[in-house]
Design a protein around this ligand. Structure first.
Ligand code: DGY
Length: 329
């Protein structure tokens, strides 16, 4: 039996690479930046497996270019909107992802953004470094209280639930909206109340987005949603950038129709350095790092390797987003 050829679309830690090399002939894109489209097409030709990141679009062209021997696509992320899963399923290719291991790390970060935006932590730091701290000021850098406020969670999956759990510690009233999960027993445990999107937007002091990106959620938070929010409200997005319409958000923040926002994800991503959003003081933007802890990223890489190796062996992936591929096998 020949050693399977695989393509890994980005630099991974040496110990993890060594692990894969025990079983595979690895073509590694040994860079910080993703392979450009043409390079991606060149490198996937004839491979049996692809280990990719959320920045690599895996569509019909990539799958066709790879060829019929492609056995598995393993995404090193829980979200998989970069993969045209229907195309993979049509070809019988299982797609792997990394659910669970990043839930707490991501919810921690979403809550950190909530706190930082509410209490103007980033502005305070910039103010101090700029030499503007002259005295203790009674009305200096006033923010919003978190304790006792209302948190609106859009998307009550694992990370949304993690937010609700954290909010308990701050005596927050928690509302959630999820088009699929309406009656979740966990909601009662953390005192979260199911509601419609409209009520959530009108009542929440903090709106935190935790929904996957899909046709239905694209620009879910746009002009129409933003006008419903309180002028004192804060928007947090750690899910996917395109769930929030960046132009509508820019105008809402600039015109003071909402108080502030904190984004770990943007549309487009990365946010261009001359994007108007970057001119705003009432906005925090971080570079999609909500799951970026040493431990969690290590677990994500390991899970994606486990998925990849299982796929190469013809075994069921430990975490598969399109299990229907096994129905016909
Ligand atoms: C994911 O895994 O989908 C996250 O966005 C990475 O942090």
């Amino acid at each position: 039996m020949t050693t399977p050829r695989i393509f890994i679309t980005r630099r991974i830690p040496a110990d993890k690479l060594a692990q894969v090399r025990q079983y595979c002939q690895v073509d590694l894109w040994d860079e910080e930046l993703p392979p450009p489209h043409q390079a991606l097409l060149e490198h996937v030709q004839g491979v049996e497996a692809i280990l990719c990141l959320l920045t690599d679009r895996m569509d019909a062209e990539v799958m066709d270019t790879a060829g019929p021997q492609l056995k598995v696509i393993s995404n090193c992320a829980v979200g998989y909107d970069n993969i045209v899963v229907a195309e993979a399923t049509r070809r019988g290719i299982p797609v792997g992802n990394t659910p669970g291991v990043l839930t707490d790390t991501t919810a921690d970060f979403a809550f950190a953004l909530l706190m930082a935006a509410a209490r103007r932590v980033v502005e305070g730091d910039a103010f101090t470094r700029a030499g503007k701290w002259k005295t203790w000021g009674l009305t200096q850098l006033l923010g919003q209280d978190v304790t006792g406020a209302t948190l609106g969670i859009i998307g009550f999956g694992r990370i949304g639930k993690g937010m609700a759990k954290r909010a308990q510690g701050f005596d927050m009233r928690v509302l959630y909206f999820d088009p699929v999960i309406q009656d979740d027993p966990y909601a009662a445990e953390v005192g979260a109340q199911n509601t419609d999107l409209d009520t959530l937007l009108r009542q929440a002091d903090f709106v935190s987005v935790h929904t996957p990106l899909s046709k239905e959620t694209y620009h879910l938070i746009g002009e129409e949603a933003l006008v419903k929010m309180k002028p004192t409200a804060t928007l947090i997005n750690t899910a996917r950038g395109p769930v929030v319409d960046p132009d509508a958000l820019y105008h809402a923040l600039k015109d003071g129709r909402i108080s502030c926002a904190a984004l770990d994800v943007t549309d487009p991503e990365p946010v261009p350095p001359d994007h108007p959003l970057l001119t705003l003081q009432n906005l925090i933007i971080t570079p999609h790092i909500a799951s970026a802890s040493v431990e969690t990223r290590g677990k994500m890489i390991q899970m994606s390797i486990d998925n990849l190796l299982a796929g190469l062996r013809g075994e069921r992936l430990p975490n598969c987003v399109n299990p229907e591929v096994y129905a016909s096998k």
